[in-house]
Design a protein around this ligand. Structure first.
Ligand code: MEV
Length: 304
């Protein structure tokens, strides 16, 4: 085989994080930023561990890659990763790594096969890697990364969503955060202690996600923004936000966002997402204030 490159996009969750772990739906989209897996023919199947990872991260990546490679008979390739996405920031960096590696392995193991054929195997490998990184993920992150579009996701099933108007977002970074696994585990403990209260909050998030689907398909950005605001309030009620995140959410709203919320696991740092008709002016102002942020138009199925 020749040299090749596989891309695993990062993701942004518009609504439904955490509740999705308990079987409620979520809406997520792939980002134009992500992780590239550069593939070269080699004598044996191996991954070059990036030099910036600590010992624990290196061991996890090695273990995750080995397990994925075993699924497809260890094709003789060498994989080198290049990250063009903020890492450990709530933007699905581990799923982007998993997807990039899974695509690289699948393309090497099934050369010349149609995308649909190797995509199924890539999904299996990406999930296998995500389990090494996060324990028992819902699967929304790697599924969004693999589909590279705006998705409705519930219990492992994904449906691409179309929106008749552009979905423009601005993402503001709020620094490093605790691992997704530990934030999810802390919430699980609180849910075990107060199950009724948490179920009510998850059900309300589920209702917001259902309404948001209708809003997206109708191109009703004002309603979508409002539902994102409510979703942030519900995550906050579950202690998943922080002063750091909520300050940024309020800053995005003051800068003209139709709605804004934390995205991903939350906790101390991570990222917040705002929905904008046109984010360019806000982007300029926020960057001038020293905030680390970027904007993009979310890809929906008709753009692929
Ligand atoms: C993390 O990006 C999303 C969470 O809902 C965890 C998961 O879905 O596995 C917090």
């Amino acid at each position: 085989m020749n040299s090749s490159v596989a891309f695993g996009p990062g993701k942004v969750i518009l609504l439904g994080e955490h509740a999705v772990v308990y079987g409620y739906p979520a809406i997520a989209a792939a980002l134009p930023l992500g992780v590239y897996a550069h593939v070269e023919p080699a004598e044996c199947c191996r991954i070059c561990i990036p030099g910036n990872l600590d010992e624990k991260q290196s061991a996890l990546l090695q273990q995750a890659f080995e397990q994925a490679a075993e699924c497809v008979g260890r094709p003789p390739i060498s994989v080198r990763l290049e990250a063009c996405l903020p890492m450990s920031a709530g933007l699905g960096s581990s799923a982007a790594v998993s997807t990039a590696c899974a695509k690289a392995l699948a393309m090497a193991a099934f050369p010349g096969k149609e995308r649909a054929l190797w995509l199924e195997k890539a999904a299996e490998m990406a999930l296998c890697m995500e389990k090494v990184f996060h324990g028992s993920p819902s699967g929304v992150d790697h599924t969004t990364s693999l589909h590279e579009t705006l998705l409705w996701f519930c219990r492992g099933e994904a449906t691409p969503l179309s929106c008749p108007v552009p979905l423009n977002i601005l993402v503001s970074m709020a620094g490093k955060r605790a691992s997704t696994q530990s934030v999810v585990a802390q919430l699980r403990e609180r849910r075990q202690r107060w199950p009724g209260h948490h179920e009510r909050l998850f059900e309300e998030i589920g209702r917001c996600v259902e309404e948001a689907r209708v809003a997206i398909e109708a191109g009703d950005l004002a309603l979508l923004g409002e539902l994102m605001n409510v979703n942030h309030g519900l995550l906050s009620a579950m202690q998943l936000d922080s002063e750091n995140l909520t300050r940024r959410v309020h800053r995005l709203r003051a800068a003209g966002a139709l709605g804004a919320k934390l995205t991903g696991a939350g906790g101390e740092g991570g990222a917040v997402v705002g929905l904008f008709e046109n984010p360019e002016a806000a982007l300029e102002v926020l960057r001038a204030e020293g905030l680390h942020c970027f904007s993009c138009r979310l890809a929906s199925p008709e753009m692929l």
